[in-house]
Each structure stands twice: as C-alpha cells, then as structure tokens.
Design a protein around this ligand. Structure first.
Ligand code: SAH
Length: 276
C-alpha cells in the first residue's frame, strides 16, 4: 500500500484514488429502485463507478428517485450485456453472496475483504470490482467463479439475505472505513452549537460564583467544605466547558442569587456575542 512517510503531510483525501478504481457491478438487477439506492449508497461513501449487466429497467424514474442526490452516478453508469464485458480491465473481482458454494473461490467476511480489495485498487494495476447478484436469484455459480474471492456479510443465519441496495451500502462503507484507516473524516465540518472553549479565568470565576451560591443557599457549610469543590471541579473538568456553557451556568447562578434577594455578581463576564 502507498503510505505517506512520517515526515510528509497527509494528502487532503487519500482514499479517493483507490476508491475511484472500484467498480460496483450489479448483475441482472430487476428493480430500478435498487439501482438508484446502490448509486446513492456508493456516492455517500465516495465511490462513483456503477456498472449494470442487463438491467431489467434502466434508465427509469424509480432509479432516479431512489438515487436522490446521486443522479450523476446513474448518468455515468455503464451498461453491459455480459458480466465478462463489465469486468473487462478488472484485475481483482469479488462476488457478493450470502450463500456458501462448493467449489467457489475463497470466502471472506466483508470486513476482512475490504483491505484486500483496497490494496489491489491502490496498486494501480487496473480496476477492482464488487459483483452483486439479482434480487431473487442472486449470482449464478458461473458468475461467482469469474471472481477471485467470494465475500459475505455475516448476517443472522435465520435470514441472511440483505436487500441489494443495503448490501451495496455495507460493502461501500467497509471500503471507506478501510481506506481511511478506520477513521473517516467527518462529512460535517461545522458544529453548529459549539462555542470556543472557556478560559481558565472564566472557569475559576464560575467556581467562585458557584461556591458563593452554595454557601448562601445553605447547601455548603464553608467551615466544613469537605471535598465538595474537588468533586465539582472533576465533574466540570470532564465536561470541557465552552464559553456559552459557562455563561449559561453563571446565568442560572445569577437567577438563584436574585431569588435569594442578593445582587447580580459584579464579575459577571461579557455576553458571548461581545466576545466572538
Ligand atoms: N436470494 C438471493 C439473494 C439476493 S440479494 C440469494 O439467495 O442469493 C441480492 C444480492 O445482494 C445478492 O446477490 C448479493 O450480491 C447481495 N447480498 C445480499 N445479502 C448478502 C450477504 N449476506 N452477503 C453478501 N452479499 C449479500
């Protein structure tokens, strides 16, 4: 596998190259909805290359509807008459099948297979392919034997046959996980509710305020503080308080003080809006 040397910066999105060499081949799909679902499953995981062998109905509005935002994957889908045609240029193909077959290729679980598939894709000698079967009949023995491995999703033994789109989703997910070393980057970069971390000054003022309110309310006897403050510090230390959160806590303490006829603490710090 191509790994960056420890000193070189990480590439912006390393898996793209390997994932762009993965074909998802649907052999004889009957339901256009599943073709759309497969396209969507692929795109959400960074795969784009869909191959269809003798689809019953394609293109089809149901495929478009189920693809949602992955219409581009459908538009670029390659339709072929035979599996051999769809596998032309492929150096490593795996057959997806829940069933155990005598005389088939070596069987692997999806999670074991993913790094192997990627390794072959990263080698750059040619494309690799995931081959899925028809919704009712699955893959024929002949089709499975055209592949170098048989891959199964370890489902419940009493009913192990997943919906085609769901099977495609799972495999694409495993490939993505493997491509990102088990830790894919988050799709969402902004955290809408997070504010900057509170400074230790903010936090110390909060503890002092809390202490004052605990004493005033009679919750804490200052002559016998025991280990209460240490425990409270531990609790809030775990929470990694943000500025907004400290503001909220201090607002609650202010309200409690007002209810007790006291005055609002003098060291109340600026509102969050002023500090951004
Ligand atoms: N009735 C068919 C299953 C069809 S499901 C059969 O017995 O083979 C459609 C396709 O989804 C399958 O051909 C296979 O490619 C994939 N699939 C579904 N469940 C799977 C599983 N547990 N493991 C691997 N592939 C699976």
């Amino acid at each position: 596998m191509n790994r960056p040397s420890p000193s070189s910066p990480a590439p912006p999105f390393a898996p793209r190259d390997a994932l762009s060499r993965v074909r998802v081949v649907l052999s004889n799909p009957s339901h256009p909805g599943n073709i759309g679902a497969a396209a969507r499953a692929m795109k959400t995981m960074g795969l784009r290359r869909l191959y269809l062998v003798r689809p019953k109905r394609f293109p089809d509005p149901e495929a478009d509807a189920r693809a949602a935002g992955a219409g581009d994957v459908l538009e670029r889908a390659v339709v072929r008459e035979t599996l051999d045609d769809a596998l032309s240029g492929v150096v490593f193909a795996v057959a997806l099948s829940a069933r155990h077959r005598n005389l088939g290729p070596q069987r692997l679980q999806a999670r074991e297979a993913a790094p192997l598939i990627l390794e072959r894709a990263e080698a750059g000698d040619g494309d690799v392919a995931l081959v899925f079967g028809n919704e009712t009949t699955g893959l024929s023995n002949d089709e499975v034997q055209r592949c170098q491995r048989a891959v199964f999703i370890p489902a419940d033994a009493s009913y192990s046959s997943l919906n085609l789109g769901a099977a495609v989703q799972l495999l694409c997910y495993e490939l993505r996980l493997a491509a990102c070393g088990g830790r894919p980057r988050e799709a969402t970069r902004t955290l809408p509710f997070s504010s900057p971390p509170a400074s230790s000054d903010d936090i110390e003022r909060f503890y002092a305020h809390l202490m004052r309110v605990m004493v005033r309310t009679g919750f804490l006897d200052p002559r016998q503080p025991k280990r209460l403050m240490a425990k409270i510090r531990r609790l809030f230390g775990r929470a990694a308080l943000e500025r907004d959160e400290v503001n909220i806590m201090r607002g609650i303490l202010d309200a409690a003080e007002r209810a007790f006829g006291g005055q609002i603490s003098e060291d109340r710090f600026q509102k969050t809006e002023d500090r951004r």
